[in-house]
Design a binder for this molecule. Structure first.
Ligand code: Z5A
Ligand code: MG
Length: 207
């Protein structure tokens, strides 16, 4: 048995970080081991470049910033794999699906956007927190960061929805509902996996 790799994806304000933190606490409280990752991880050298870009303190060419987001995942992939081997559940707040969705929404071809992430650890479960841009805006309006604009979020939502058709372990969750209801739906999917899963870890977007 190895740990399960669980990715939480979704639009801005859909509640990813709130729900991921709640899941983390709940798994810990049950006495199981769990590790939390978040992308972008702004603490690394690469992550600091991404942070400056998102806060519009640095300009980067579209392909270049995309590759940095991917490099940020690759630099942490060995830690993810080790945790899974050690039998820990890994929760991940955003992953490569965000990478491909956001950059392709700027107009770059989707196959190109996916290519640098090919071969990363593949999740055993993706919980996609779906929310309409209207509902998301009610949660405090869009912020100051790059991409936090209505048209961009609408395009990103469409690309995200396309991943559902790839036949992976993709579960859509209506994140427009009250917090506790969303938590319970998510726990219904996550709870059975925290004991660990059988089988080798798969690789992302490898046939
Ligand atoms: N990006 C990229 O381009 N390429 C990549 O490869 C990756 C990311 C990985 C920063 O991401 C940007 O990077 C992001 C994608 C791009 N751009 N955008 N948009 P980030 O993850 O660092 O930041 P963030 O995710 O923008 O969004 P967020 O604001 O952190 O959203 P969230 O985590 O989904 O939401 P939250 O913080 O949990 O909740 C937001 C608020 O809603 C908060 O006040 C909660 O209390 C409230 N909330 C949560 N759930 C509910 C419910 N159910 N009802 C009512 N209120 C709620
Ligand atoms: Mg967040």
């Amino acid at each position: 048995m190895r740990g399960a790799f669980i990715v939480i994806e979704g639009l801005d304000r859909s509640g990813k970080s709130t729900q991921t933190n709640l899941l983390h606490e709940r798994i810990r409280a049950s006495g199981r081991q769990v590790e939390l990752f978040k992308f972008p991880d702004r603490t690394t050298t690469i992550g600091q470049m991404i942070d400056a870009y998102l806060r519009s303190q640095a300009e980067l060419e579209d392909h270049a910033i995309h590759l940095l987001f991917s490099a940020n995942r690759w630099e942490l992939a060995p830690r993810i794999e080790q945790s899974l081997k050690d039998g820990k559940t890994v929760l991940c707040d955003r992953y490569a699906f965000s990478g491909a969705s956001f950059t392709s929404s700027k107009g770059l071809p989707l196959p190109w956007c996916k290519s640098p992430d090919v071969g990363l650890p593949a999740p055993d479960l993706v919980l996609f927190l779906d929310i309409t841009p209207e509902k998301a805006a009610e949660r405090g309006g869009y912020g100051e960061e790059r991409y936090e604009k209505r048209e961009m979020q609408e395009r990103v939502r469409e690309v995200f929805k396309g991943f559902q058709d790839e036949g992976g372990p993709w579960v859509e969750v209506d994140a427009g509902r009250p917090l506790e209801e969303v938590t319970e739906v998510m726990w219904g999917k996550v709870g059975p996996l925290v004991k660990g899963v059988e089988g080798e870890l798969k690789r992302l977007w490898v046939d």
